[in-house]
Design a protein around this ligand. Structure first.
Ligand code: CA
Length: 227
């Protein structure tokens, strides 16, 4: 079976890093296109129709936030992974709010980066009416959850949170994004409500709620669901 060739756009102004990433992904069978400034990156995103974009933030001519914002303004749903500096949580959250899907912090581990790329590309595959992870199976139509074949009871908020996480699997989600999606903007709740609901949900679906493998905490940022 011939696998689909994915086209990857890498926007990075540091020549050595751009070359290294290009070699890495070409070596893994990707069709790679590159740009070394923001304006060229936006142009390549619009004309090249990539399946995924690796986007640096600090770029000449147009920064990564602006590139991201303009891509979403064009209604392009292409997954975007931001390449960010460590310890810049506010910048990461800003990028996610502008429509980026995920991030890796520099200097990054190449294994981690390829795992994040693959997780987002898997989203392009069609999903069925059920989703399973660990020993849980969710019927997305009936909205019921079974663990080891036995039905488990989730509160309405836990269920809504779980369905939102599944729908956005592989994406980094800020607490605000989760809050808006699950609680809405009409009620007064804080991001602490998100953390509390995650804690009770983990107790019901994680193999070990103290060492979660599906609902991952992203320090100072939010959460990411990994089936
Ligand atoms: Ca840069």
């Amino acid at each position: 079976v011939r696998k689909q060739t994915f086209r990857l756009l890498i926007v990075e102004d540091e020549p050595a890093l751009l070359r290294g990433l290009t070699d890495l992904f070409r070596g893994r069978g990707f069709d790679v296109i590159t740009a070394s400034d923001g304006a060229a990156g936006l142009e390549a995103a619009l004309s090249g129709q990539p399946h995924l974009i690796l986007l640096d933030i600090m770029l000449p001519r147009m920064n990564g936030y602006e590139v991201c914002r303009r891509i979403r303004e064009e209604k392009m749903a292409v997954p975007i992974i931001m390449l960010t500096a460590r310890g810049q949580e506010q910048d990461i959250i800003r990028g996610l709010d502008l429509g980026a899907d995920d991030y890796v912090t520099k200097p990054f581990n190449l294994g981690e980066l390829t795992a994040r790329v693959n997780a987002l590309l898997r989203r392009l595959e069609p999903t069925g009416s059920t989703c399973s992870f660990g020993d849980c199976e969710i019927d997305l139509v009936a909205q019921t959850v079974r663990r080891n074949g036995n039905p488990i009871a989730l509160t309405a908020k836990e269920l809504k949170l779980l369905l939102f996480l599944i729908e956005n699997r592989g994406r980094a989600l800020s607490r605000d994004a989760i809050l808006n999606a699950v609680w809405g903007t009409a009620v007064f709740v804080t991001s602490r409500s998100v953390d509390r609901c995650v804690t009770t949900l983990r107790a019901k679906v994680e193999p070990d709620s103290h060492n979660p493998v599906h609902i991952k905490t992203l320090r100072d940022v939010g959460y990411r669901f990994e089936p």
